[in-house]
Write a protein that binds this ligand. Structure first.
Ligand code: C5P
Length: 292
């Protein structure tokens, strides 16, 4: 095999809670995460020269070691002493610096793709262990679906597939630095916490209303205070039929949950026209197939 293409979905947080802080500064988290049907597509081609080249179809993304996809390839090239190199072409759909694990998804895609392309024979847990050294969300991106993530994000418990629903995703035109958001939270920790037990019960019962009612993210207050457009987008989504809405990760992307596609499309149009967010998508919560 000389070439392979992998598709990796973005994620949202249905819950995000911070339980404490580890000695290395990372935070002890408890999160329910779900894949969404918005994908980055990564094509890997073997080459003879022993180096890595990265191209991305979106501006503003580095193509050197600052890119997690590059670092993922470098890690495997070194560990397995590969004789050749690899060309990485990334087609991005997942918004950048948005709280949707776009960079981690690309790293996950490179790990998976190179594992097949170079016949490295690594199983999922072995890929996840290596992925964790690149970014806390990479192990989840390798798994996909819906899962409870604990620790820095590496302790994963797969959960039942979510009931069918649509999301409107809206990313305002600025990026939020994750280290900044965590540092702000450290200064002023929130008292209100997501109801994890309630969320897990909602998922177990496949009850989308209960799931929507239990959305919660302790970083939402941090980012929302600095960028109140987060609140405005949430309100607009609810005004136009969302069961509920939440900011994902450290933001600034906000998602609303809709049971009807037509409603989601209407909310998409309204938010797009409001200019509160430059990037607006209608996607599926999870990766279910239409018509099944
Ligand atoms: O691992 P990743 O590069 O995705 O994390 C980005 C930043 O988010 C880290 O540098 C750290 O500041 C913060 N973080 C954290 N605790 C976690 C995950 C990330 O403090 N569990």
């Amino acid at each position: 095999m000389e070439k392979i293409t992998v598709r990796v979905p973005g994620k949202i947080n249905l819950t995000l809670d911070i339980l404490g802080r580890f000695a290395n500064g990372y935070h002890d988290l408890q999160m329910v995460m779900s894949s969404v049907s918005l994908y980055d597509e990564i094509t890997l081609v073997k080459k003879e020269e022993k180096n890595i080249s990265v191209t991305v179809d979106k501006r503003d993304l580095p193509v050197d070691e600052r890119n997690l996809a590059y670092r993922a390839a470098a890690l495997l090239m070194e560990e397995f002493a590969l004789t050749g190199g690899v060309e990485i072409a990334i087609k991005k759909q997942i918004p950048i610096a948005a709280g949707m694990a776009g960079g981690s998804a690309d790293a996950a895609g490179v790990l998976k793709g190179m594992n097949s392309l170079f016949e490295l024979g690594l199983e999922l847990p072995e890929l996840q262990k290596r992925g964790l050294t690149l970014g806390a969300d990479v192990p989840f991106c390798l798994l996909g679906g819906c899962a409870l993530a604990e620790g820095v994000g590496e302790r994963l418990t797969p959960l039942e597939p979510l009931p069918r629903a649509y999301l409107v995703l809206a990313k305002p035109d600025f990026a939020v630095s994750t280290p900044w958001a965590f540092a702000q939270w450290d200064k002023e920790p929130t008292k209100e916490r997501p109801d994890l037990a309630g969320m897990l019960a909602g998922i177990k019962e496949g009850d989308i209303r209960q799931i929507a009612a239990k959305l919660g993210n302790v970083l939402e207050g941090v980012t929302g205070r600095e960028y109140p457009v987060v609140w405005a987008i949430k309100e607009k989504m609810k005004e136009y039929g969302a069961l509920n809405a939440l900011m994902t990760g450290s933001g600034p992307t906000v998602f609303g949950i809709y049971t009807e596609l037509e409603q989601a499309k209407r909310a998409h149009t309204v938010i797009k026209e409001s200019r509160m967010a430059g990037e607006v998508h209608v996607v599926k919560l999870g990766e279910w197939e239409e018509g099944r």
